[in-house]
Design a protein. Structure first.
Length: 89
């Protein structure tokens, strides 16, 4: 995602991350997305990634940062709670 931002190709973000991303309101050049990667690990992994441009004090682009967070355990716990709630209804 950071490469799209650095390349000034923000219009391609929806193509690559359709329905999985959102713009971060607190930063004008930042996006985050969550996606499932079935080929990672034994049974796939859920990853949350955030990308943001870094600008100097004059507003010139000097780089970007992208973070990846494995949220698989959290996602599995949320899904288990949802299933439990549906059974209790």
């Amino acid at each position: 995602m950071a490469d799209l931002l650095v390349d000034s190709a923000v219009e391609k973000v929806p193509k690559w991350y359709s329905g999985k991303y959102q713009k971060i309101r607190s930063h004008r050049d930042a996006y985050e997305a969550t996606d499932f990667f079935p080929d990672l690990g034994d049974s796939g992994r859920w990853l949350r990634f955030t990308a943001a441009l870094i600008r100097d004090f004059q507003g010139e682009l000097i780089g970007a940062v992208e973070t990846l967070e494995d949220i698989t355990e959290r996602r599995l716990a949320e899904d288990a709670l949802k299933r439990k709630g549906k059974r209790a209804s």
